[in-house]
Design a protein around this ligand. Structure first.
Ligand code: PEP
Ligand code: MN
Length: 324
């Protein structure tokens, strides 16, 4: 009938998602086929991203890691920008030692001012790759421009689409086709529906390895916080979609002393992971120094997160699921 199909195998039933022109669909014909139980229209505009299309949590596999679908959140940590080999290695070793499983570092930086540090580009990508080999940690870095997709995807394990590019649909389609895992950040003024529809662009290109990152919105507050972190978006998105949700309390608040409280809030709200900026000397950072955690503060946060997680796991093992 000219539809694109998407098979999702569950424990009890297999779902075949069909995307195409509704008028060309012959329900009678499909219902006569053996094994067909029912035809259910997907009401959400984001078809492949929605839980209606795929009931179980999607697990994004990156190397040996599994993100989503478990009670074990992953923490991606590292500097805002890769500034030098020394700075990156020092930070990478510290975050790995504290329990982070993925290394972050910006190579191409989306800065508000054209005069601010723009990132070291390929030099930074090479340093990230070096850190990955040395520490056996996958790396995540932002790709800002369609032109750079081949270069960045050559080095990165996870491609980050920055908040400013959430609706750069050309870029979304291009990163999708690399087949790499993608972390899509929510735009600072994007609704949840716009966010999920942006993710739909990636899934509709055949790439299901997508993580959704809440990183704060432009709200009424501009003095005490850089952005307003929408923690309620976490359970909303987990209900609407099967994709893993990551919380970024660094960009979400802009202040180092708000990072740990909001990281904990994100995990309690159900996030599958966190992204946190760490710098050994925040005062010298070339970008986002005010929101960077010192390695020691990061380590303390990781200890608290493990305790919170153990408590949540114990509680969920001993109680029935909540339905109302
Ligand atoms: C970043 O992660 O360094 C970044 C620039 O984030 P955002 O796109 O959320 O501003
Ligand atoms: Mn940053």
């Amino acid at each position: 009938m000219g539809f694109r199909t998407h098979v999702s195998e569950g424990v009890e039933r297999t779902l075949v998602g069909a995307i195409g022109d509704k008028t060309a669909f012959s329900a009678d014909h499909i219902l006569r086929l053996e094994g067909v139980l029912e035809i259910v229209p997907i009401r959400r505009p984001y078809k492949l991203v929605s839980r209606e299309a795929h009931q179980t949590d999607t697990v994004v596999r990156v190397g040996k890691l599994e993100i989503g679908g478990t009670n074990k959140p992953h923490v991606m940590a590292g500097p805002c920008s890769v500034e030098s080999r020394e700075q990156l290695m020092e930070t990478a070793e510290a975050v790995k030692g504290a329990g982070a499983t993925i290394l972050r570092g910006g190579a191409f930086k989306p800065r508000t001012s054209p005069y601010a540090f723009q990132g070291l580009g390929e030099v930074a990508l090479k340093l990230l790759a070096e850190a990955r080999e040395k520490l056996d940690m996958p790396i995540i870095t932002e790709v800002m421009d369609s032109e750079d997709v081949p270069l960045v995807s050559h080095y990165a394990d996870i491609l980050q689409i920055g908040a400013r590019n959430m609706q750069n649909f050309t870029l979304l389609k291009k990163v999708a086709r690399t087949g790499k895992a993608i972390m899509l950040k929510r735009g600072p003024s994007a609704t949840i529906e716009e966010f999920l529809l942006a993710a739909e662009y990636i899934l509709s290109e055949g790439n299901r390895d997508v993580m959704l990152c809440e990183r704060g919105l432009r709200g009424v507050e501009q003095t005490y916080t850089r952005n307003t972190l929408d923690i309620s978006a976490v359970p909303v998105i987990k209900r609407e979609s099967h994709l893993p949700v990551i919380v970024d309390p660094s960009h979400g608040t802009g202040k180092w002393f708000l990072v740990s409280p909001m990281a904990k809030a994100g995990i309690v709200a159900g996030a599958d992971g966190l992204m946190i900026e760490v710098h050994p000397r925040p005062a010298e950072a070339l970008s986002d120094g005010p929101q960077a955690l010192l390695p020691a503060t990061f380590e303390r946060l990781m200890i608290e997160l493990r305790a919170i997680n153990a408590a949540l796991e114990a509680a969920s093992a001993s109680t029935a699921p909540v339905t109302a």
